[in-house]
Design a protein around this ligand. Structure first.
Ligand SMILES: Nc1ncnc2c1ncn2[C@@H]1O[C@H](COP(=O)(O)OP(=O)(O)OP(=O)(O)O)[C@@H](O)[C@H]1O
Ligand SMILES: [Mg+2]
Length: 259
């Protein structure tokens, strides 16, 4: 089978922070809407029993680019877990919204297949304190390697000129994890969410500042995902070339027993 006939690798974007209200659902839904509007087959998986992402999806108008929803939070005894978590085969991006209060021992299972991990963090002292514990768990217990560059922090509900914001930035800087986005506290998110939309789908003049703030975030994500995709294609190509290398006459000659 030629590589071009294969489905492209599905990329999993996990939005994670056990601190309640940090902005996981806001980031997940806005990102899913952004990707769908870019023309990508996108799915949104909701692990939160509060099902906020799925509620958002249920409000989504029919004339907007479709997003496939997966209710991962619902225990379903009638189907296997893999059936419950299935997405359409053409799905290119899978955005995963996670619950608050996820236990440290569950982190490994959540994170091990993620191509990118986005961590929204609020700017209050409580948020920063919780985030420092959580990121330590992520690095030590879930064995997420920060050098792979798959974690990005999103400072959320930011009032830029505040001490709290400066503290957050200082904290993240010390961790050597990039801040990939700084999102202000904006009513636009509430209005968009009410209608099942992302801010990229709202009337431009109302969301100009917010869309500008998403630009570095989506640029980081797109760069990360296309780097992984290039690596994946190179590995697939190398695997496919193997038989040709095996029949190379020089190699056969080298492998032949002497005498
Ligand atoms: N940048 C923002 N500006 C204004 N409101 C925001 C912003 N980000 C999040 N909110 C609001 O803050 C509340 C909590 O956000 P959100 O639901 O995204 O957090 P969460 O991490 O998913 O919470 P939970 O842990 O309960 O699932 C929501 O009402 C949301 O609309
Ligand atoms: Mg949520």
């Amino acid at each position: 089978m030629s590589h071009s006939s294969q489905q492209p690798h599905r990329q999993r974007i996990l939005v994670l922070n056990p601190k309640g209200g940090s902005g996981k659902t806001t980031v997940s839904t806005n990102l899913a809407a952004y990707l769908a509007n870019q023309g990508h087959a996108t799915a949104l998986m909701d692990y939160d029993p509060q099902a906020s992402s799925m509620r958002w999806l249920s409000k989504r108008p029919d004339d907007r680019p479709k997003i496939f929803g997966v209710e991962a939070h619902k225990p379903n005894v009638n189907v296997t877990r893999s059936w419950q978590l299935r997405v359409p085969p053409e799905t290119r991006y899978l955005v995963i919204d996670s619950p608050a209060a996820i236990a440290p021992h569950q982190l490994y299972d959540f994170t091990r297949d993620a191509d990118a991990i986005l961590v929204p963090v609020g700017t209050s002292d409580i948020d920063i304190h919780a985030a420092s514990r959580f990121i330590a768990d992520l690095l030590l217990k879930a064995k997420v390697n920060r050098r792979t560059g798959n974690i990005g922090v999103i400072a959320n509900r930011v009032k830029t000129q505040t001490v709290a914001y400066r503290n957050l930035m200082r904290f993240v800087y010390r961790l050597a994890i990039p801040v990939i986005g700084v999102l202000r506290d904006s009513q636009s998110y509430l209005h968009a969410a009410d209608e099942g939309l992302g801010i990229h789908e709202c009337k431009r003049h109302r969301v100009t500042k917010d869309i500008a703030q998403w630009q570095p975030l989506t640029a980081w994500l797109e760069a990360r995902l296309s780097m992984l995709e290039a690596r994946e294609s190179a590995m697939t190509a190398a695997t496919m070339e193997e038989p040709e290398v095996a029949v190379d006459s020089k190699i056969i000659a080298f492998a032949r027993p002497a005498g």
